[in-house]
Design a protein around this ligand. Structure first.
Ligand code: ADP
Ligand code: ZN
Length: 768
């Protein structure tokens, strides 16, 4: 009937219906659970004023009209649409209730969420759940309070009522008050119990309205200090370039390539001061792991209103910060990845420190990269984006080489302190000569001894936690694997367990081979626990501390260890990549890398880049004070360019060689890439799904005449994870094509088998 009627209207519209239909407000609503929408709903006149895009609503959904919570993402009048596209309001369901009193996201953030949803192929409602922190949605830190006022009909009614003295006093109080009062305020001032008030309410003389009020107190800001040193020439040049850009109020991206200890942070701070001078706000993204109290303090000491969004905040604290940020009371927001969503009203600059860090990419939906979202936002809000690193991602480096980003170079450490000398130690000869046993070579031992004798401090990096890295049977040669993941179990000394580092499956460490029964099973390889034990045996007089996810699980433990190290109570700090970043301890004169190869041979095209970055970053912890320092890198692959270039502190040479390699294989940043992963509990059906998906993509590519390469499908490098079989394929193209559009058209109206999940990872970082 609807269609017929509409055809009719295009000829002639009955006026009585025209009003109704044209003025009808339609809202688009999306949902976290499938079906995700968007679906059109009619906005009842009573809700029209209240409802804005970005608010949550309750609407009937599906055939059963189950009331479901969703996000309203658009509101429009049907008259704005061409006649043919106008939905038939008679067939639309109505919004039942508006759940938020305020917009949770600004129109700008909503626009950003829509872009993320489109680019990363993620349902919009799921993006919105990520953009708006849980605490904000739940209004944590607020309480609903009843506020009393005189009823609207009060004047007509009250003269007819018989009232007690207390009730009269209450009414007088409310009549004289210029704001609504809570029950306890009323009772305190009138000196009465709640009874007279309740009675007044029952008689309809007073009414209450509910409002949310804040219950958390805000922290007091610390004393401010000024950076009292002169900028180096290079720092000043970099700052001047950024300031000039700020004055033009146009977007530009700067890649600040500054070696470790060159004073990048100081440049950010002074540029942000300028931003604040313009009455704008800045967002600073750092890897979560670098958000140490030391780093927070550095910003807190320089700005009056800083919000630090770290992972240990309670929902209430997070929600309080969000309000403060939204109201423009915060000058600088510092946080990990998700701080890119901070609702600052007048964004003046975004800084991403350690921009190469993989933690800026989220590993669950939406699989966004904070750097790319920041770029979108900085463009949209016409402000500069500053990317800083000693080891830039090849993605950013390539953009700078192409002239799309301005490159700023800090090639000197502050006070012209030299970079530490890096020595490479070939573990193959070390092992052949059988001079050393254990993880620490003779040379490293000697160097450590010398540093400790001088009263200096030492950092040791071993990027593997646990005791032994694998448990192997010398008789049958088999290693002990996790039954649910295709990963060898790691031996942990504490509790004598064998642990899966992916799913945390734990069994008592086996005494004999579970496969052949041989009793001489061996624990091979080194983890940080075993290294710690070796260090204690070799250097009994030295105080040693270990930092890895096993020792750092309690909040605050990270800070305690670093404080002890700073105070000189710890001589040797050893740990995983946790210790590689950002630590600034002038008394460290020796850094030892136990095995630089741990990540080098992973089946991941970024393995060399990661190894280069890790070795360079940890080397940068040495020699930051006047005493200078050195670095010893133990490796089985001394001639590998990522290790030899790191030893020379030569990023450009490494990047050039690596870009050539990437071009040869059409890898990012010289091509676009999307990874599709399928997982399921049945190997056969999971495999069938990935093959079906790959076929559909190939067919779509042929139909649309786009040039893409499809690698796979194949079993993923980690074939089994938490009991699920995993298959993947990579889709790549060096041409200007939208791989996302291709996937969208290939999967349109397609559904995988019930127990098989599939994910699309755009610009993937994780290839395992
Ligand atoms: P990066 O971030 O490049 O590793 P930082 O900004 O942390 O370097 O600077 C290293 C140290 O040098 C910090 O303690 C900082 O306060 C100090 N510093 C920075 N710039 C200067 C300067 N111009 N003169 C003296 N000290 C400086
Ligand atoms: Zn496992």
């Amino acid at each position: 009937m609807g269609k017929k009627q509409r055809d009719l209207f295009e000829v002639e519209l009955p006026p009585w219906e025209l009003d109704d239909w044209d003025a009808a407000q339609i809202a688009k609503v999306v949902f976290v659970d499938p079906p995700h929408g968007p679906f059109d709903y009619l906005v009842p006149a009573a809700l029209a004023e209240q409802l804005h895009p970005g608010m949550r609503v309750r609407v009937p959904l599906g055939r059963s009209n189950r009331l479901t919570e969703g996000y309203c993402v658009e509101v429009g009048q049907t008259v704005d649409l061409p006649m043919r596209q106008r939905p038939d309001p008679k067939r639309l369901k109505s919004i039942e209730r508006v759940l938020d009193a305020q917009q949770l996201v600004t129109p700008r953030l909503l626009e950003m969420a829509k872009w993320i949803s489109h680019y990363y192929l993620c349902p919009l409602a799921i993006v919105l759940e990520t953009v708006v922190p849980t605490g904000v949605r739940r209004q944590s830190g607020t309480r609903e309070v009843k506020f009393f006022v005189l009823a609207p009909e009060f004047v007509e009614r009250w003269s007819n009522e018989k009232l007690s003295q207390k009730q009269r006093r209450i009414l007088t109080l409310l009549a004289c008050s210029d704001q609504p009062l809570t029950q306890s305020q009323i009772c305190d001032q009138v000196l009465c119990t709640a009874a007279p008030l309740t009675n007044l309410r029952k008689r309809g003389l007073v009414v209450f309205e509910k409002q949310r009020v804040r219950t958390v107190d805000h922290p007091t800001p610390p004393e401010l200090a000024e950076g009292d040193f002169q900028l180096s020439h290079e720092q000043a040049t970099a700052l001047a370039a950024i300031e000039q850009q700020l004055e033009s109020a146009q977007h530009a991206t700067f890649l600040m390539h500054g070696i470790t200890g060159s004073g990048k942070t100081e440049v950010y701070i002074r540029a942000i001061q300028k931003v604040i001078g313009f009455g704008r706000q800045a967002i600073v993204l750092v890897p979560e792991i670098s958000l140490t109290p030391q780093a927070r303090q550095r910003f807190r000491a320089r700005f009056a209103h800083v919000a630090v969004l770290h992972s240990h905040l309670s929902d209430a604290e997070r929600s309080w910060h969000w309000q403060e940020i939204q109201n423009g009371r915060v000058q600088v927001v510092i946080g990990a990845r998700s701080a890119v969503f901070a609702p600052v009203p007048n964004l003046g600059m975004i800084v991403i420190d350690e921009e190469h860090d993989a933690s800026f990419k989220q590993d669950k939906a939406p699989r966004y990269h904070g750097r790319d979202v920041a770029l979108w936002r900085a463009r949209r809000e016409n402000c500069p984006l500053i990317l800083g690193s000693a080891t830039p991602s090849l993605e950013s480096w390539y953009q700078a080489v192409q002239g799309n980003y301005h490159q700023l170079n800090l090639t000197q450490r502050v006070y012209d302190r030299p970079l530490p000398e890096v020595k490479i130690l070939d573990l193959r000869t070390e092992f052949a000569s059988r001079k050393s046993r254990g993880a620490i070579s003779r040379q490293l031992h000697v160097a450590m001894r010398q540093s400790l004798d001088r009263g200096d401090q030492v950092i040791l990096l071993l990027n593997r936690r646990g005791f032994a890295t694998s448990i192997q049977c010398p008789a049958c040669g088999k290693a002990v694997y996790c039954p649910d993941c295709a990963i060898p179990l790691t031996h942990h000394r504490s509790g004598n367990k064998a642990v899966c580092h992916y799913c945390d499956h734990q069994i008592p460490a086996p005494q004999q081979c579970p496969l052949c029964g041989y009793a001489g099973i061996r624990f091979v390889g080194f983890g940080t626990q075993k290294l710690e034990q070796e260090v204690r045996v070799r250097f009994p007089g030295a105080e040693c501390a270990r930092m890895d996810t096993d020792t750092m699980s309690r909040p605050g433990s990270h800070e305690r260890v670093l404080n002890r190290f700073r105070d000189g109570d710890v001589d040797i700090l050893l740990g995983t990549q946790m210790i590689a970043k950002g630590l600034d301890f002038p008394n460290v004169t020796l850094v030892g890398v136990i095995n630089a190869d741990t990540a080098l041979h992973l089946p991941d095209f970024r393995a060399a880049e990661r190894t280069f970055a890790l070795v360079t970053q940890v080397a940068g912890r040495s020699g930051r004070g006047p005493k200078g320092g050195s670095v010893l890198v133990q490796t089985f692959s001394p001639e590998h360019p990522s290790i030899s270039a790191a030893a020379e502190h030569d990023y450009p040479t490494f990047a050039q060689a690596e870009l050539l390699h990437r071009r040869e294989y059409d890898y990012p940043p010289l091509a676009r890439m999307v990874r599709v992963v399928v997982r399921g509990s049945n190997e056969e059906s999971t495999k069938a799904v990935i093959e079906q998906l790959a076929d559909r993509v190939r067919t779509a590519a042929v139909a649309q005449e786009v040039e893409v390469q499809l690698l796979g499908p194949a079993a993923a490098p980690i074939e089994k994870l938490r009991g699920k079989f995993r298959f993947h394929f990579l889709l790549q193209s060096k041409f200007e094509v939208s791989l996302q559009d291709l996937i969208r058209s290939a999967t349109d109206a397609w559904g995988a088998a019930e127990d098989v999940q599939w994910i699309v990872d755009v610009d993937p970082l994780d290839m395992l």
